[in-house]
Design a protein around this ligand. Structure first.
Ligand SMILES: [Zn+2]
Length: 96
């Protein structure tokens, strides 16, 4: 019987794939910051977060930072971010 090295369960019962999927859910939302400035926040990008942020900033021509794996972009553009993430290869069904 094959045992998954990650979770120790038999391969048929392995839940790692499902877990990885839920973990990879990308969330995009906006919030108001000081002085009424709107920022767009993206969470759930676990790898290459900084690289992705860089590409989003370049694509949307806006400023932004990465804090605790959450990308923060200046301005209100959740739709554009979503489109850009799909262009970058993120699966649409993982984006909330
Ligand atoms: Zn497993």
């Amino acid at each position: 019987m094959d045992i998954c090295p990650k979770c120790g369960l038999p391969k048929e019962a392995c839940i790692c794939k499902e877990l990885a999927k839920t973990k990879q859910k990308i969330k995009i939302w906006t919030t108001k910051r000081r002085f009424g400035k709107i920022v767009t926040l993206i969470s759930g990008i676990e790898s290459n977060t900084k690289e992705t942020a860089k590409k989003l900033k370049a694509g949307l021509a806006c400023g932004g930072t990465v804090k605790n794996n959450i990308i923060e972009l200046q301005g209100n553009h959740p739709k554009e971010v979503r489109k850009k993430l799909i262009e970058l290869g993120f699966s649409e069904e993982n984006i909330e």
